[in-house]
Design a protein around this ligand. Structure first.
Ligand code: TPP
Ligand code: MG
Length: 323
């Protein structure tokens, strides 16, 4: 795997797209313009970008309650994403999925999920299908540190290892499950300690560094594509905003000093320094990337706000309904 200029630009672009998408969504939610609560991905962009650069639309991912970043990185269209968050009929799921159940199956994004650790078993099913059909595709469940305490995660990891499925388990260890520090919800520091218990390799990457994630994910994804079975990839990361929304509900569970330390590790300025130092982009060109994405977002928000709500008569369409 060679880290080319194109890959660097791609990593940067995907992260900037997530950052601005989330910042604007957070503001709209806070002002009451957009309905519902949002679990924002800001700070963790390097994980989604570093993994997704390796995947095509035929590779599947499953996501979490903090899922916008995964969909943006998987090529999500801003218009359909904002429309979905606004509950409009032009959204990816006709306004019926919203933030926590947004999905784009056509591009292999099998869905955000409000149920913690619901994604890994779904990804194992996709991985089984990939293997059964004789494809080279890979399924990647994203999940948090908290999710690794759920039975569904353990069952999924065990089954993927026993059946040597093309699945790469990506743990976004941001050090907290809601407001509970990792040390209070599990007796280990490294989620990778658990990999041996399933009989799969466990590898770690600095989740605040897109290049590091790209390298580690590339290794794990190649193993999976080659039929060598699953890997547990733990990315140590940090969320800059609160568990829900930008400023949260005012609980004091982490220090400003801790946040400041991780702010210094911001994955976007980090890769921008790399781009400038290696003469890939100038500061002006970097600004142009940001400006272009912000303009696209402004258009997408207008599109969402001008889109109709779903017609009430369609309430039972496109959903599981047994009535
Ligand atoms: C099965 C289940 N239990 C509890 C919750 C409530 N809940 C929502 S997010 C969350 C914390 C998840 O922590 P983690 O997996 O580390 O993800 P993070 O929010 O840090 O990204 C909890 C407990 C839920 N949604 N589903
Ligand atoms: Mg967490």
């Amino acid at each position: 795997m060679e880290l080319t200029k194109d890959i660097l630009l791609d990593l940067h672009r995907r992260m900037v797209r997530i950052r601005h998408f989330e910042d604007e969504a957070g503001k709209l939610s806070e002002s009451g313009q957009m309905p519902g609560a949002l679990h924002l991905y800001v700070g963790e962009e390097a994980v989604a970008a570093g993994v997704m650069v390796h995947l095509s639309d035929e590779d599947q991912i499953t996501s979490t309650h903090r899922g916008h970043g995964h969909l943006v990185a998987k090529g999500g269209d801003f218009k359909q994403m904002y429309a979905e968050l606004y509950g409009r009929s032009t959204g990816y799921n006709k306004g019926k999925g919203g933030s926590m159940h947004i999905a784009n199956v056509d591009a292999g994004m099998l869905g955000a999920n409000g149920i913690v650790a619901a994604g890994p078993p779904i990804a194992v099913g996709a991985g089984f299908s990939n293997k059964y059909r004789g494809t080279k595709n890979v399924a990647v469940p994203f999940f948090g540190d908290g999710a690794t305490n759920e039975g569904s995660f353990h069952e999924a990891a065990n089954m993927a290892a026993v059946w040597k499925l093309p699945v790469v388990f990506v743990c976004e260890n941001n050090g907290y499950g809601e407001f509970t520090p990792q040390a209070e919800h599990q007796a280990i520091k490294d989620i990778t300690d658990r990999a041996a218990g399933y009989g799969m390799p466990g590898i770690q990457a600095d989740g605040m560094d897109a290049i590091a994630v790209w390298e580690a994910a590339g290794e794990a994804i190649e193993r999976a594509r080659n039929g060598e079975g699953p890997t547990l990839l733990e990315c140590k990361t940090y969320r800059y905003y609160d568990h829900v929304g930008r400023s949260g509900i005012g609980l004091e569970y982490r220090s400003d000093e801790e946040l400041d330390e991780y702010r210094k590790e911001d994955p976007i300025p980090k890769i921008e320094k790399h781009l400038i130092d290696n003469n890939v982009l100038t500061a002006d060109e970097i600004q142009a990337v940001h400006d272009g994405i912000l303009a696209e977002i402004a258009e997408a928000i207008k599109f969402a706000e001008n889109s109709p709500l779903p017609d009430p008569s369609t309430v039972t369409e496109d959903v599981y309904y047994t009535g």
